[in-house]
Design a protein around this ligand. Structure first.
Ligand code: NDP
Length: 306
């Protein structure tokens, strides 16, 4: 069965639109997301445009803050500090990657974790690890939500995560191994977590044997056709996070997007599998909107109790 991220994200966008319309009908302002973009990386421009569009669709106010690629690290951090204290901005993100002369970690660490709707600050990651209320980064949140919406339980299952990045591999592994007390607003926690998780990376020996023991495989490596049919058991669930451009003269753009899974060969053996495009990608964007609403609600609750 195909795990349809596009359709699921559309359903969640409708739910968000309704929740935000309820808020504004009560005379309150809409949630606001700011997006910092540096330079003119075409992929980043596209991602930011898609995020702005998604905000407009659900009624989140969005502001794009652009800097030229010669901006200094200090100037960027100053902007982050300004947004940290702007009461009209509920959450903001810094679109990655940043130019090489800027230390990404220094910029991300400057973000107030309450407004860190990408969930990438050390504070949010640490809180997630400890099972405290936190903002979970968008892609892992989207994967978790997709599993929940298709009622795929993880309790007691062996999950193999291929990739150990800070934005995908590590946080999704952490979320799925947690006790299910780590509930996210608007999400059922009951069926998620409690998995036995193995994290693999480029130095892992005999990846194929490890994968063959998995009930669920999450691939976030950035390598087309890394996961092949001989590496999976019958009935596996496969979540393909990879987004890779491969040349395709037949396509008007000259390329097409593929994931990290040999979809044609693996799909017949899988109980559930995400396509690329149309799987994890749309879930990532909608998770950013959910995180923004989460930050807005937390800030409003705090103002009311102050
Ligand atoms: P990174 O490059 O930061 O991490 C890739 C990870 O995969 C590393 O841990 C690396 O190991 C591991 N890896 C690479 N090759 C192999 C291999 N042959 N065998 C086993 N492990 C391997 O990537 P990201 O996590 O940022 O992204 C991964 C993919 O997901 C990319 O294609 C990216 O475009 C996509 N992505 C998609 C999103 C979405 O919304 N759908 C969101 C974010 C990313 P090592 O650590 O040893 O180098």
């Amino acid at each position: 069965m195909i795990l349809d991220g596009k359709q699921t994200a559309q359903t969640i966008r409708c739910e968000l639109r309704e929740q935000i319309s309820e808020i504004t009908k009560r005379g309150l302002r809409a949630p606001k997301l700011a997006i910092i973009i540096v330079g003119h990386n075409p992929a980043s421009e596209t991602y930011v445009a898609n995020k702005m569009k998604a905000c407009a669709e659900v009624g989140v106010e969005a502001e794009r803050i652009a800097f030229e690629s010669d901006v200094t690290e200090q100037q960027l951090i100053q902007e982050v500090q300004r947004l940290n204290t702007d009461p009209m901005v509920d959450g903001f993100i810094v679109q990655l990657p940043l130019p090489e002369h800027i230390n990404e970690s220094a910029v991300l660490s400057a973000i107030d974790f309450h407004k860190d709707v990408d969930g990438l600050t050390p504070a949010n990651v640490g809180r997630t690890v400890q099972g405290l209320p936190s903002i979970v980064s968008a892609t892992p949140r989207g994967i978790r939500e997709l599993l929940a919406r298709y009622a795929i339980r993880t309790e007691g299952k062996h999950v193999v995560v291929i990739g150990r990045s800070n934005i995908v591999g590590k946080p999704i592994a952490m979320l799925l191994m947690q006790r299910p007390y780590l509930s996210l607003p608007g999400m059922s926690a009951a069926s998620l977590g409690d998995a036995t998780v193995t994290i693999c990376h480029s130095k892992t020996r005999d990846l194929a044997s490890i994968c063959r023991t998995a009930d669920i495989i999450i691939v976030a490596a950035g390598c087309p056709k890394l996961l092949t049919a001989d590496m999976v058991k019958e009935g596996v669930t496969v979540i393909d996070v990879g987004i890779n451009r491969i040349d395709d003269p037949a396509s008007p753009r000259g390329y097409r997007l593929v994931g990290d899974v040999d979809f044609e060969q693996v799909a017949p053996k899988a109980a559930y599998i995400t396509p690329v495009p149309g799987g994890v990608g749309p879930m990532t964007i909608v998770s950013l909107l959910q995180n923004t609403l989460q930050a807005y609600t937390a800030s409003m609750n705090q103002q009311q109790s102050a």
